[in-house]
Design a protein around this ligand. Structure first.
Ligand code: NAD
Length: 303
């Protein structure tokens, strides 16, 4: 099935990367994988992947390398570091599925171009559920012919949208999307805490919001699945949400546009990170608000 693309490299087998890699294996692709956590590499090997010893090793063994990494620095290291994809003998194209912002994407693209390696930025939206089910939205930018070549691979992961040929454009699109997601979750947490403090039942509140004009992905998905049951297990770390909001604010500042709402949302997420920790699930955003209000938003059935 890997056909003309041959083996595909995949670096970063985390909450998003692992289920994406599994989908590609299940679709019949031959996968060469690397992660700094040997145990997750072993799990992928059990499912049919081949283990590599470094990003460079992945890029020695595959023409197309995908990556799903947790920080701008990790993407830089993997792509252009001393043992990075840039050193690979076989690689022709690098597809970064991570959210790194347009500035970093453009810098990485320029470095890779010096070695004749094409880059697509292709950040994704849709969470772990979307990565598992293959229903992600992929926001792709870069050379159109590279996109056309690998679009069938990306289609295994969800719906690819070609945003622009300009490097970084997909990243800008992703930051816009995530600022909306960050705002919806922060605001929904704030209003539900307010309602509970006033005596409303949080489950009734979410049902009403979802039947009304206040519904968002936060009320339809995150509250019923991870906040009302108090499982806080959505699969997206607070530190990653803060990364994305900071990147949005940096890009908005660079463009010189107003971002008062984004700034307020950013302050709330910085509080969540300092009080709950970068590793906490981002649905923990409700906890500092609960503490300040002296309430607990518990939607579990009584008894
Ligand atoms: P994660 O922390 O769960 O996974 C990252 C993986 O990368 C880990 O397995 C880690 O061991 C590995 N890693 C870190 N540094 C590495 C390196 N130098 N070399 C090789 N492997 C390395 O993160 P995630 O939630 O899967 O997110 C990945 C990217 O996708 C991030 O940019 C995030 O913003 C974005 N994203 C996440 C979600 C989500 O719901 N989790 C949704 C959309 C987009």
């Amino acid at each position: 099935m890997s056909g003309e693309l041959g083996a595909i490299g995949f670096i970063g087998l985390g909450n998003m990367g692992f289920p994406m890699a599994v989908r590609l294996i299940d679709a019949g692709h031959s996968l060469v994988v690397f992660d700094t956590r040997p145990e997750i590499v072993a799990s992928a090997v059990e499912l049919g992947a081949q283990a590599a010893s470094s990003p460079r090793d992945v890029a020695d063994r595959s023409e197309t390398v995908l990556a799903s990494l947790p920080s701008v620095q990790a993407s830089r290291d993997v792509a252009t570091g001393p043992d990075g994809v840039i050193k690979g003998q076989r690689v022709k194209r690098f597809v970064d599925l991570s959210t790194v912002g347009s500035t970093a994407a453009q810098q990485i693209q320029a470095q890779l171009a010096q070695r004749g390696i094409a880059m697509l930025d292709s950040p994704v939206s849709g969470g772990v559920g979307g990565a598992t089910k293959g229903t992600l939205a992929l926001m792709v930018s870069g050379p159109r012919e590279v996109y056309d070549l690998i679009a069938p691979v990306l289609a295994q992961l969800g719906t690819p949208f070609f945003v622009d040929t300009k490097s970084g454009a997909g990243q800008t699109m992703k930051l816009v999307n995530n600022l909306l997601a960050a705002t919806a979750l922060a605001t929904t947490c704030e209003v539900v805490v307010m309602g509970v403090k006033a005596g409303l039942d949080p489950s009734v509140m979410i049902d009403v919001i979802n039947a009304g004009s206040g519904a968002t992905n936060a009320s339809r998905d995150k509250f019923p699945n991870s906040i009302l049951p108090r499982s806080f297990d959505y699969g997206f770390a607070t530190g990653l949400m803060v990364k994305d909001v900071r990147l949005y604010l940096e890009e908005a500042a660079a463009l010189g546009i107003p971002s008062e709402v984004a700034a307020a949302v950013g302050r709330l997420w910085e509080t969540v990170m300092s009080e709950e920790g970068a590793e906490s699930d981002f649905t923990s955003a409700i906890k500092p608000l609960e503490a300040a209000a002296g309430v607990v938003v518990d939607g579990r059935p009584a008894g």
